[in-house]
Write a protein that binds this ligand. Structure first.
Ligand code: GDP
Ligand code: IMO
Ligand code: MG
Length: 421
């Protein structure tokens, strides 16, 4: 495959950054297609760890063309901060991407506060309010932002209406002049990177370049196919790539579903296989399961293949990349959820109603664990038999072949089982 999508199959933080960076060694182009700096993608190589929020995970390789596509929402301040830490890079930003301003963040927090015990547990990065403005046709695109006069007039109009919204939350008004003055330098900083990225990506495809499309979040956080309303405000699915980048659907050749060897979730909402107590804490500490963006402890659960099969159907997943397998070393038993019970009936799909999903109890198969340290393993054959059986069980219950597995955070701790890109 020459054009491959990297999709999170669970609730985000599956290791998409790591897998993107790994596959990027063979790519020409990496495109981030949705979300904003709610994402936190970790890349580790040569003893260095990088946390990327807006920039595509190909950015650490200066030979790669990196694209922030039209489906993204970009916080200019966060962008400035992120590029300030890098040396050489080759980056393009879509003129049609939308911008996140501080009032979006304020409204994100205020909206959450108003929900009291029904909070989504957002990252407070203003993502929901920015996509809301985009849908309501009152957002600001990058193309306007980089034009000082248009930016001035557009912002003046928007701030007026935002201040009316602020008043409803009893929040103090925003000063338009101060906001303009602060953000004008960011617009100048961004301008040299801005282009029609749909045109660029299509040109690169015409030149037969190898392209990775890097998703943020995970399918269970998809606005359409996730555990609504406990979701983000964009679609991480492979199916959303054409709209979010401006390419024809048939140009996407396949996708690799990045799957953590167990489940994690940050924020609220049901998670049928959630576990707590000592075991959860042990996995949390060993897997360093604390949010890359917010530092929040991640909730822990067993691998849920109902979730992965759902992701396969709604997103399309050609292969899996199973990550963090090393974290399960040392357990006596490992469970895999294969179906749920709801109202006394066995079900194999995720119900649409969140109240029903919250009542689903998991049905498990239990596998034997392994005690060996697997962090230096370089092939499937070197894995202990129980770990091999665990991977085979994942293939069996998801119906998807594993192309890659990963046994540590470093680029070198990644094993290709099947060469697909
Ligand atoms: P992303 O949002 O999907 O890119 O994932 P994050 O970077 O937020 O979270 C994944 C975490 O797991 C990061 O700290 C990675 O460095 C780490 N990681 C990725 N793959 C492995 C692995 O195979 N083993 C271990 N121990 N850590 C991994
Ligand atoms: P990466 O790309 C994990 C979660 C938030 C919250 C919900 C909505 O690193 O996998 P938002 O701020 O998007 O409105 O929050 O989505 N969330 C993520 N969880 N990884 C992410 O990104 C996430 N991005 C958003 O915790 O539950
Ligand atoms: Mg993350």
């Amino acid at each position: 495959m020459k054009r491959l999508v990297i999709v999170g199959t669970q609730w985000g933080d599956e290791g998409k950054g790591k897998i993107t960076d790994y596959l990027a060694q063979k790519a020409d182009v990496v495109v981030r297609y949705q979300g904003g700096n709610n994402a936190g993608h970790t890349v580790k190589f040569a003893g260095q760890e990088y946390h990327l929020h807006l920039l595509p995970s190909g950015i650490l390789n200066p030979k790669i063309t990196n694209v922030m596509a039209n489906g993204m929402v970009i916080n200019p301040q966060a962008f400035a901060e992120e590029i300030s830490r890098l040396k050489a890079f080759n980056l393009y930003i879509s003129d049609r991407a939308h911008l996140v301003f501080p009032y979006h963040q304020t409204l994100d927090k205020a909206g959450e506060k108003q929900k009291q015990d029904q909070q989504i547990g957002t990252t407070h990065k203003g993502i929901g309010p920015t996509y809301t403005d985009k849908s309501a046709r009152i957002g600001m695109r990058v193309s306007t932002f980089i034009h000082p006069d248009r930016f001035y007039h557009e912002l003046e109009k928007i701030v007026k209406s935002k201040n009316e919204e602020f008043a409803r939350y009893e929040l103090p008004p925003v000063s338009f002049e101060a906001l303009y003055e602060t953000y004008l330098p960011y617009s100048k900083l961004m301008k040299p990177y801005v282009t029609d990225t749909s045109k660029l990506i299509n040109q690169l495809i015409d030149e037969n370049k190898k392209v990775l499309f890097e998703g943020a979040q995970g399918v269970m956080l998809c606005l359409d196919h996730g555990t609504y309303p406990y979701v983000t405000s964009s679609s991480p699915t492979a199916a959303s790539v054409p709209v979010n980048t401006g390419i024809a659907p048939w140009l996407v050749e396949g996708s690799i579903g990045v799957t953590k060897a167990y489940s994690t979730r940050v924020g609220s909402g049901p998670m049928p296989t959630e576990i707590d107590g000592n075991l959860a804490q042990e996995i949390r500490v060993k897997g360093r399961e604390f949010g890359t963006t917010t530092g929040r402890p991640r909730r822990i659960g067993w691998l849920d293949t109902v979730v992965i099969r759902h992701s396969k159907r709604v997103s399309g997943l050609s292969y899996l990349a199973v990550t963090l397998l090393d974290i399960l070393s040392g357990l006596d038993e490992i469970k895999i959820c294969t179906s749920y019970t709801l109202n006394g009936k066995e079900i194999f799909d995720i119900p649409a109603e969140i109240e029903d999903f919250a009542q689903c109890t998991p049905n498990y198969v239990t596998l034997q664990g392994w005690q060996e340290d697997i962090t230096n393993v370089q092939s499937f054959a070197e894995l202990p038999e129980a770990a091999q059986k665990y991977l085979q069980a994942i293939e069996k219950y998801t119906g998807i072949e594993i192309a890659i597995f990963s046994v540590g955070p470093d680029r070198t701790q990644t094993i290709t089982v099947k060469d697909i890109f």
